[in-house]
Write a protein that binds this ligand. Structure first.
Ligand code: NAP
Ligand code: F7E
Length: 327
């Protein structure tokens, strides 16, 4: 019998790739989903389409401790991957309340459920480079001080601290992956990379004229989600829990991403991209760059997919998608 894994946020980008990886490793994969997802499978479970008959989904709410306890108590997972979150930084300025409630409360509830009802479970928390915010050193590693710039970043620092406290106070196997931006053809459409790859495909096919963006000078360390979910799994295979930065160690601007994405379709991005200040953030994170040497040394993890391959993968998949859908 393989191990049992529980994934919160299984319907998201990372959750879907992680579920596929764990199935390949012979895990029995369980996911926590919102009840509405079960009612609207076509739209809400699209990323899980290929594996729906191989996984078990449980309806629960991150806002309800009791609903999470029921699942943890019933399946007693060997590994818990807590990925569910309000993950869109921009939205966290519009609604701090739900971002903080979901991201902090949800993390606290699931940690507490594990402590009370399945203390042998290994627990992974989805930390973020947004915790470094206005960075205090370059590149950022596991020891770099945090300086978040949004309620999203603050929620992730709190989740990190809660995870650390459960490890230290209750001796549980709890760790945080501090993941830098990672993308894929399954990225949500509001994030800048997907907005660009999808927008460029629509422009190429004559469905859209322009693409409006905000700050094109922001720099990120962009990797591929498929590479990053492997790092999550590797962290939980250790004997002792430790936190890790997961990144590529390479940085590119939004402008470079756009240039390459449009070039992939033989287009000049300068003709199509317009600046719109509505996409600027009240407090921006200008530049992020990770140092993943601890992960390389201890869990033997390295990114495999390059920036160029990532951009090409996203654009070509979006071109296929837009052609198929016709919009
Ligand atoms: P994503 O595609 O936005 O997925 C987020 C998941 O969380 C979805 O399954 C979503 O469910 C679920 N969720 C959101 N609010 C919820 C709520 N109130 N109750 C229950 N479930 C809720 O995010 P991702 O890119 O896969 O990222 C996974 C995790 O890593 C997140 O915690 C994110 O903050 C963190 N992270 C991501 C990156 C990155 O670059 N991708 C980097 C660092 C950290 P629905 O489908 O029902 O909305
Ligand atoms: O923005 C700039 C924007 O929304 C990237 C999440 O997965 O990674 C992600 O957060 C940059 C920012 O991602 C537009 O100002 C310009 O500087 O794609 P994003 P993010 O905020 O970096 C971290 C690590 C996470 O943890 C988060 O969950 O692009 N930008 N113009 C724009 N951004 C968006 N969304 N839309 C624009 O039109």
């Amino acid at each position: 019998m393989g191990k049992i894994a529980l994934i919160t946020g299984i319907t998201g980008q990372d959750g879907s790739y992680l579920a596929e990886l764990l199935l390949k490793k012979n895990y029995s994969v369980h996911g926590v989903v919102r009840r509405v997802a079960l009612e609207d499978r076509t739209h809400r479970l699209w990323r899980l389409r290929k594996i729906l008959n191989k996984i078990t989904l449980h309806a629960a709410s991150l806002e309800s401790y009791a609903s999470l306890v029921k699942i943890v108590q019933k399946i007693k997972p060997n590994e818990v991957y807590h990925l569910a979150a309000q993950s869109y930084v921009s939205y966290s300025f519009e609604d701090e309340f739900s971002t903080l409630n979901t991201n902090i409360g949800g993390t606290h509830y699931i940690l507490s459920a594990v402590k009370e009802f399945s203390p042998k479970s290994k627990f992974y928390f989805a930390g973020s480079s947004e915790m470094f915010g206005k960075v205090k050193e370059v590149p950022q590693n596991e020891k770099t001080p945090f300086n978040p710039r949004s309620s999203y970043g603050i929620s992730k620092v709190t989740g990190y601290e809660l995870t650390k406290n459960y490890r230290e106070a209750y001796n549980l196997f709890c760790c945080t992956g501090i993941l830098f931006n990672h993308e894929s053809p399954r990225r949500g459409f509001e994030f800048v990379t997907r907005k660009i790859s999808h927008g460029a495909a629509r422009i190429k096919l004559g469905i859209q004229k322009n693409l409006e963006l905000g700050n094109m000078d922001a720099k990120r360390d962009w990797g591929h989600s498929e590479d990053y979910v492997l790092a999550m799994w590797k962290m939980l295979q250790l004997k002792k829990p430790e936190d890790f930065v997961i990144a590529t160690g390479k940085q590119h601007s939004v402008r470079e991403f756009a240039k390459l994405a449009f070039e992939t379709l033989d287009l000049d991005y300068r003709k199509y991209i317009k600046y719109n200040k509505i996409y600027d953030r009240p407090s921006e994170v200008d530049s992020l760059l990770g140092n993943y040497s601890k992960a390389k040394k201890i869990i033997k993890w390295e990114p495999k997919i390059s920036f160029k391959e990532l951009v090409k993968n996203m654009v070509t998949e979006d071109l296929k998608l837009v052609k198929k859908q016709g919009y």
